[in-house]
Design a protein around this ligand. Structure first.
Ligand code: TYM
Length: 330
């Protein structure tokens, strides 16, 4: 039995990238393993949400995750800020995290480029807080998408460094996990890069069918293949990547054959893709709306989750303080 930790920032709604990158794996693991699932609301503070929005964002994202099928009766589902022990571990790990290595992190470099007017220290130490989230439960598996690979590598490094520094074998070195397959990267509809929350290129699980049709029909393509078996351009490859996860195998095969013999019409491909996405998201969207309205249910889930998560986290903090050399005065 593995210990599994999975997290999502409470910044923005859940999109297909989140689902196929991280949630799907978690759903498969939750019944056989010791699973923790949480909403990373401390991490979301790097983007400076307004106080009035913070709570509603957390509630929405929690409801969306539960709507996907995360079962709070089997997994521990909690809000990061309900477990203050994580901030203590974050502080302790920060003492052994070096500014140079944090500055070299790809996600930090990208933030510097994208938001030069808000390069806060929370962004720099983001991977340390993420490592604390994971190792506080001494997890060994972390279901994530490809974009989190480097953060996981850093988590292993911080865990190893702690063990070496104190001559213990306390923290396991956790793996980014996708059932032995490559980590997933779901692309956006804009032709380049990955689907993201703030890139304006995403399809959200809560999107209405009309919104999905509109977004897919507007997706970037090219002028079409002109010779048999022509190499696909990035935007067209991206549409096929999304189709691979939402459509039947025979549908994908049909359009790939049409591409190969140059008879493909991107309008038909997009129509089919939009309908397949809608088929996939509709039951989830309906559950989101039910769950988000059920405040009593959500309150019960997070109260129970916080209690279980704190029991696990506080044991780790006790052990870590002892290892580091904090001793009682008695
Ligand atoms: P976040 O909120 O950006 O994304 C949550 C999860 O969704 C995956 N993901 C994707 N996978 C495939 N294709 C995409 N286009 C795509 N976009 C997002 C992410 O890889 C992630 O698994 N740092 C984390 C939150 C976090 C966390 C943790 C995760 C904080 N502490 C501890 C795991 C364990 C983040 O920003 O994820």
């Amino acid at each position: 039995m593995e210990t599994v930790v999975s997290g999502i920032r409470s910044t923005g709604n859940l999109h297909l990238g989140n689902y196929f990158g991280a949630v799907q794996n978690f759903l498969k693991m939750q019944h056989e393993n010791h699973c923790f699932f949480f909403i990373a609301d401390y991490h979301s503070l790097t983007t400076h949400p307004k106080p009035d929005d913070l709570h509603s964002n957390i509630r929405q994202v929690l409801a969306e995750y539960l709507a996907c099928g995360i079962d709070p009766e089997v997994a521990t589902v909690f809000i990061q800020s309900d477990v203050p022990e994580v901030t203590e571990l974050y502080l302790l790990l920060n003492m052994n995290a070096y500014v140079g290595e944090l500055e070299r992190t790809a996600s930090f470099k990208e933030k510097i480029r994208k938001q030069p007017d808000n390069i806060n220290a929370g962004l720099l130490t983001y991977p340390v807080l993420m490592a604390a989230d994971i190792i506080i439960h001494r997890a060994n598996k972390v279901p994530v998408g490809k974009d989190q690979e480097q953060h996981l590598e850093m988590t292993r490094r911080f865990a190893r460094r702690f063990n070496t520094m104190y001559g213990v074998n306390y923290f396991p070195e956790p793996d980014a996990y996708n059932f032995g397959r490559q980590l997933v990267k779901i692309p956006g509809l804009d032709g380049t890069g990955k689907m993201g929350k703030s890139e304006g290129n995403g399809i959200f699980l809560a999107d209405t069918p009309e919104a999905i049709r509109k977004k897919v029909m507007r997706a970037v393509t090219d002028t079409g293949p002109t010779e048999p078996k022509q190499k696909m351009s990035e935007p067209v490859k991206n549409l096929f990547t999304i189709m691979d996860v939402v459509s039947d195998h025979s549908t994908v095969k049909h359009f790939k054959e049409q591409y190969a013999d140059c008879s493909i019409r991107y309008g038909d491909l997009k129509k089919q893709l939009a309908e397949d996405i809608i088929r996939f998201t509709t039951p989830i969207r309906e559950r989101i709306n039910e769950i988000v309205a059920d405040r009593k249910y959500l309150a019960g889930v997070v109260a129970k989750g916080a209690e279980k998560a704190r029991a696990s986290a506080s044991q780790t903090i006790r052990d870590v303080r002892e290892i580091i050399g904090y001793r009682p005065f008695a």
